[in-house]
Design a protein around this ligand. Structure first.
Ligand code: BGC
Length: 653
């Protein structure tokens, strides 16, 4: 008998039941007589929200708030996500945390989801690859992760009760695919089952998706943990393969009873205990006495990550600004930026550097006007007049605007896609007063920009973490060349979004009627013009693509190579994107789908060859009749694109 099985055989039924729920909010139960210790988990995902157990009030310990997933996804940079994971792993070690509750790879079905800032993308390839890199980074430090929220949890409204109704193809191709990639490429220690139901069955009780798909098909070896209070039926959850219900709850007796009355096979409970004990073993092995982390260095790392993620949406040549320009910074977010969203992911930052402070530290002198109240987003006649005056008396105005905290938080969805009305008015007025205006946005999800023609440049900061101001100043004044690319489409207006008619659902049903046509898959296929497409972002330099080569390496396998040259005067980074474009046969498919991406750095005049490997799955769709991945023999285009809308090269295969 192996060690773990042996240990399980020594546990009483009550102890086994006890292991499957928390001791408190963040600890699993120990069984001291057998030397089984508690495992400590903490949120996640873009920083560490860990309670200080040495204080009676368990106050949250300050930790570095890195850019949120909405921002880091825009880096299109797997290496960066690995580095972020590594650093978070180090912090976990230093704070005594064994498992970080993240990353979140739920799909951005609608711009309105209140937790979009915690998620990567509308595209499963991007979310899956970045999620895998993040998990590998954290776990390289001997710390576990919890991939969440499994699955189809793309709205906050009625998240505890609603049923996400989706067909097999939509589930497999879109909503499960990122989870599948992360499991196969990174084997997260745990996966968190979401609050919602999937086609009528709660995720924590969904044997098909936990046991059949996750464990048997994908080979997941870790622990399935419920989202906090997401288990409704403890024996049912054990039978489905949800190993751990968090946090503490007084229902272990139900499991004991179910085993005793024969309604829950003891083997199912034993299997959960085995997986939990393996988790304990890994956690103990990863612990390091006296581990430390350097918060100052991590703050600067957060600035570099943000600088690699911010997306330049518009620039007619006004950027970069000169450090000698007479510049006004307008808007409360210049002083106190919005750096993260609300809810369980909320970090107590170690410090925050806004753009105003960052500019001062760089010796750049700027004037400042507040323009609006940071918390409400509202303005007053006086603040408005000051903003206009600041714009008038400067050569160039940089206007920092965005969504207030209350608009983006766990537990609620946004009612619309607009900025606060006052912010839109301030943009119009400032641009009228000073034609040399740059807008800097702070928002975790797309916003409508009715004023887009007015400013000369727009920089999207997302929720860029506690050092976002440093990144903004570096980009605005040309010390860093922007290289972020949108990880989601920006529709012109909410009504253009494919889930618009069905989002939030009716009663307790949320039907995913748009099927696989999420984000750019819809906009490109429908030829629906967007404000900015998926994958879009500008640079201060230019890249020239040449020499596309497609080599066949197997029946449905190809290697693709393309040369990219920096033809401009400054160094820069490019996110090279490969899409597969299926020709229509029988299955109705999106016109193109991202199947590979690489972020490269090029000095002026430098050329690099970027290579991709495509295997069968890159061409397949899920056939719901045969329940398998199939390739239709109608041919495909291999496309190297600037973004989801702009094709640079296409080769037919
Ligand atoms: C959230 C999870 C989080 C957990 C613990 C839940 O409400 O959905 O993402 O990890 O709380 O804080």
């Amino acid at each position: 008998m192996d060690r773990i099985k042996e240990l399980v055989s020594q546990l009483t039924l009550e102890e086994k039941a006890g292991l499957t729920s928390g001791k408190d909010a963040w600890l699993t139960k120990a069984v001291e007589r057998l030397g089984i210790v508690s495992v400590r988990v903490s949120d996640g995902p873009h920083g560490l929200r860990a309670d200080d157990y040495s204080r009676p009030d368990h106050a949250t310990m300050p930790a570095v708030c890195f850019p949120t997933a909405s921002a880091t996804a825009a880096s299109f940079d797997k290496k960066m996500l690995y580095g972020l994971g590594e650093e978070l792993g180090r912090e976990c070690r230093a704070y005594g945390v064994d498992v970080l509750l993240g990353p979140g790879v739920n799909m951005k079905r609608s711009p309105l989801c209140g937790r979009n800032f915690e998620y990567f993308s509308e595209d499963p390839c991007l979310a899956g690859e970045l999620g895998a890199a993040f998990v590998n980074g954290v776990q390289s430090q001997g710390v576990g992760t919890s991939l969440k929220h499994y699955f189809a949890n793309s709205q906050e409204t009625r998240r505890f009760t609603s049923s996400s109704e989706l067909d097999e193809r939509t589930a497999r191709e879109i909503y499960l695919a990122a989870f599948e990639t992360v499991v196969k490429k990174a084997q997260p220690w745990t996966i968190m089952a979401s609050y919602n139901k999937i086609n009528g069955t709660y995720s924590t009780a969904n044997k098909f998706y936990i046991d059949e798909v996750l464990r048997r098909e994908w080979g997941f070896e870790g622990v399935v943990v419920s989202d906090w209070c997401a288990t409704h039926d403890r024996p049912g959850a054990i039978a489905a393969g949800t190993d751990l219900t968090m946090p503490a709850e007084d229902t272990d007796g139900k499991i004991v009873e179910a085993v005793k009355n024969g309604s829950l096979p003891e083997e199912a409970l034993d299997a959960c205990c085995e997986r939990l004990l393996k988790l304990v073993e890994k956690a103990v092995k990863g612990r390091k006495q006296g581990a430390e982390c350097d918060k100052k260095a991590a703050h600067l790392m957060a600035a570099d990550f943000a600088a690699n993620s911010l997306v330049l949406l518009k620039n007619d040549g006004i950027l970069p600004l000169k450090k000698t320009d007479k510049v006004a910074f307008i808007g409360a977010f210049a002083k106190e930026p919005r750096v993260q969203g609300g809810g369980s992911s909320h970090i107590v930052e170690t410090e925050i550097t806004g753009a105003l402070e960052a500019a001062e530290k760089e010796g750049i002198s700027v004037t400042y006007a507040k323009a609006y109240d940071r918390n409400t987003g509202e303005t007053t006649a006086e603040l408005f007049a000051e903003a206009v005056e600041a714009a008038r008396s400067a050569e160039k105005a940089v206007l920092f605007i965005g969504l207030p905290d209350s608009m983006e938080s766990e537990g609620g969805d946004r009612p619309h896609m607009k900025l606060p009305e006052a912010h839109d008015r301030i943009v119009e007025a400032v641009c009228r007063e000073n034609p040399n205006t740059v807008v800097v946005l702070h928002n975790g999800s797309p916003v409508e920009m009715p004023w887009i023609e007015a400013p000369r440049a727009v920089l999207e900061s997302y929720l860029g973490g506690q050092a976002v101001g440093i990144a903004q100043v570096k980009i605005l004044f040309g010390d860093v060349n922007p290289s972020g690319r949108l990880a989601e489409s920006f529709p012109k207006k909410l009504e253009d979004n494919p889930s618009y008619l069905y989002y939030i659902g009716e009663g307790d049903k949320v039907t995913y009627n748009e099927g696989v046509f999420i984000g750019y898959r819809y906009y490109e296929t429908k030829k629906q013009e967007v404000l900015f497409p998926f994958g879009y972002g500008l640079s201060y330099t230019e890249f020239e693509y040449s020499n596309l080569k497609v080599e066949k390496t197997g029946e449905h396998a190809y290697n693709v190579h393309v040369d990219v040259k920096n033809t401009g005067a400054v160094g820069g980074k490019e996110a090279v994107q490969l899409y597969v474009a299926p020709k229509k046969v029988k299955a109705i498919r999106p016109v193109r789908e991202l199947k590979g991406f690489e972020k490269i750095s090029l000095e002026p005049g430098e050329t690099k060859t970027v290579s991709f490997s495509l295997s069968e799955r890159a061409f397949a769709y899920r056939n719901a009749d045969t329940h398998s991945w199939e390739i239709e023999d109608g041919g495909f285009g291999i496309e190297i694109c600037k973004n989801a809308h702009e094709v640079i090269f296409r080769q037919e295969i």
